[in-house]
Design a protein. Structure first.
Length: 145
């Protein structure tokens, strides 16, 4: 997971975000990056964990717009999050949502199936890179509109 929080003149010491990251996230929220709006993130059902990819402004904006205390950041490599979720889902079935590239989504979807969860929502967002917004829930959870 991304833990680089080095201070620089244009980086907020607490959050680690740079001014240009915030501006890029604003563009993403406005729909300029991958056609995702703030409404998309806000209309998702609540989830215990949000997974976002630091490489994509739209993904960072999605995580910022979600109401979750737990955001797992990936930088293209989903291995650490995969291993953490594997351990967690063996103990308890918790809902997870995210905005990632297809590769990360595919890996987490397969893990979810093996651990008794299912993909309740999936939407493609085409831009420079194909991103997938998704929600994984326990099989016993009701339908998501």
């Amino acid at each position: 997971m991304d833990t680089d929080r080095r201070a620089s003149p244009d980086r907020d010491a607490r959050s680690g975000w740079r001014r240009r990251d915030v501006l890029a996230a604003g563009a993403a929220i406005g729909g300029l990056a991958a056609g995702i709006s703030i409404a998309d993130a806000e209309t998702f059902p609540p989830s215990d964990i949000v997974i976002a990819d630091t490489r994509f402004a739209a993904s960072r904006a999605f995580a910022a717009a979600r109401d979750s205390q737990h955001v797992a950041w990936i930088g293209g490599d989903v291995t650490d999050v995969y291993n953490d979720l594997d351990l967690l889902w063996r103990r308890e079935k918790v809902a997870v949502s995210g905005l990632t590239d297809y590769g990360a989504f595919f890996c987490l979807e397969r893990l979810a199936m093996d651990r008794g969860l299912r993909v309740a929502f999936k939407r493609e967002h085409r831009g420079e890179t194909l991103l997938i917004s998704w929600v994984i829930v326990p099989k016993s959870a009701g339908a998501i509109a």
